[in-house]
Design a protein around this ligand. Structure first.
Ligand code: PLP
Length: 438
């Protein structure tokens, strides 16, 4: 039998990359798919198959692929050089653009990924407070720093009592000390969270929260929950820090725009790179001072070879300049329309499913009711298998989703693509319904 181009490439990849991939997110059986090119909201693979891209490189492309103003601006910068042992003008312009955009940002420090931004944020919180522990929401994904990743893969066999969720490591070999220094709280559960925090009240540097955590079900944090955490941090000389790596796309000033409480620090990534590797840490003057090399004692010495390189800065600046209020409204309205239409289809097919999300993102669960926390959002083997079948069905019918059946929109999309998704989803639901225990 002749091999497809992808099969052949994967066979080669297996000999040089562990499991044939450079990131597990894109791993699929029998092999990953290989992209040839992207144009707007469409991606063509190396077999020549074109699909609508609702994954947008894990929510990082806000204008879709090969957005002309970014291609042009980056091409011009490339001819002038891609990185220097000097600062550049564009990083100052871009810092101003982001600081003007979000009231809690007095100062910003650019880094190279969301993981690095969260790591710098936790270290800045420790440096500022002089405390070691961090608190985080059960199941929330914050990248792969030892402390930030604790509990990300907790499951019913190990997550423990809801009154005191366990610190479950992701990687074998995670130091016990790291696990001890992470306090896990349940999402949107004020009473339990405060009780848990109170057990460590003199030791917590910061409470780390994603306002719309993907793995917790893509459900928004309640304003009351955030207010309660904020109050706790004021009372206990701790910081409230937001991971907006994914949610910064959900509103003009990030998801924090919809909340009363201002964070002390915010980590960003994904869309702020305009398609290039990026991250940033922003926050109040007072806390950001820990990074300031003009201080007599620098509490958090911090560098990065490629931080604020002019390619990322140029792409990010162009992407965010064009992701203005009108563009934010456009993608968010499109997502609301999609959710309404998907709900209709769920009713029409009569399947136990629901759709959650906010801003320009939504996630489909094979559950009758929207989950309220990580434990409810957790997909058991049967649900995971069916979600994979649904995602594969969509893929085979011209639609690319994130593997949890999550969609993230781009400004390149119109109702045409949404309608295509909705009608294909209807067929997908009909396809998997007989396999579900209703
Ligand atoms: C909420 C959140 N935080 C942090 C990260 C890590 O970002 P990166 O993959 O750029 O390291 C991600 C990535 O998916 C994320 O979704």
């Amino acid at each position: 039998m002749t091999q497809t181009k992808s099969e052949k490439l994967f066979a080669d990849a297996l000999s040089v990359l562990p499991g044939g991939v450079s990131r597990n997110t894109i791993f699929r059986t029998p092999h990953p798919f290989y992209a040839e090119k992207g144009e707007g909201c469409y991606v063509t693979d190396i077999e020549g198959v074109k699909r609508i891209d609702f994954a947008n490189n894990m929510a990082s492309l806000i204008h879709g692929h090969a957005y002309a103003p970014i291609v042009e601006a980056v091409s011009t910068q490339l001819t002038k050089g891609s990185c220097f042992t000097m600062a550049t003008e564009i990083e100052v312009h871009y810092a101003k653009l982001l600081c003007e955009r979000t009231p809690s940002f007095d100062k910003i420090r650019f880094v190279n990924s969301g993981t690095e931004a969260v790591m710098a944020m936790l270290k800045a919180s420790r440096a500022y407070t002089g405390k070691a522990k961090i608190a985080k929401v059960e199941g929330a994904y914050h990248g792969s720093y030892d402390y930030a990743e604790v509990s990300q893969t907790a499951n019913p066999n190990n997550w423990g009592d809801i009154d005191n969720p366990k610190s479950i490591p992701v990687a074998v070999g995670t130091p016990e000390k790291a696990l001890d220094d992470v306090v896990v709280i349940p999402f949107n559960d004020i009473e339990r969270a405060i009780k848990i925090l109170d057990q460590h009240k003199d030791e917590i540097a910061c409470i780390l929260v994603d306002l719309l955590p993907h793995r917790v079900g893509l459900i928004p944090a309640s304003n009351d929950f955030i207010n309660a955490l904020h109050k706790w941090t004021r009372k206990n000389k701790s910081l409230l820090v937001f991971d907006e790596v994914i949610t910064f796309r959900t509103n003009y000033s990030g998801a924090q725009q919809s909340y009363d409480a201002k964070p002390d620090l915010t980590a960003m990534g994904k869309v702020i790179g305009g398609g290039f590797p990026a991250g940033a840490l922003a926050g109040s003057d007072e806390v950001m001072k820990v990074l300031d090399p003009t201080q007599a004692k620098v509490l958090l010495p911090h560098s990065g070879t490629f931080s604020a390189n002019p390619i990322t800065m140029t792409a990010g600046y162009t992407a965010m300049r064009d992701f203005d209020q009108a563009a934010v409204k456009k993608v968010n309205d499109l997502a609301s329309y999609a959710k309404e239409e998907i709900n209709k289809v769920i009713n029409d097919v009569g399947i136990n499913a629901c759709v959650t999300g906010a801003g320009s993102m939504f996630r489909i669960h094979l559950k009758a009711q929207a989950p309220k926390n990580y434990r409810e959002a957790y997909a058991d083997k049967t649900e995971s298998k069916l979600i994979t079948e649904l995602v594969d069905y969509l893929f085979d019918h011209g639609i690319m989703m994130i593997n949890t059946c999550t969609a993230t929109l781009s400004t390149a999309m119109t109702t045409k693509e949404i309608n295509h998704l909705v009608s294909t989803l209807k067929d997908g639901f009909t396809h998997i319904k007989p396999k579900m225990i209703q």
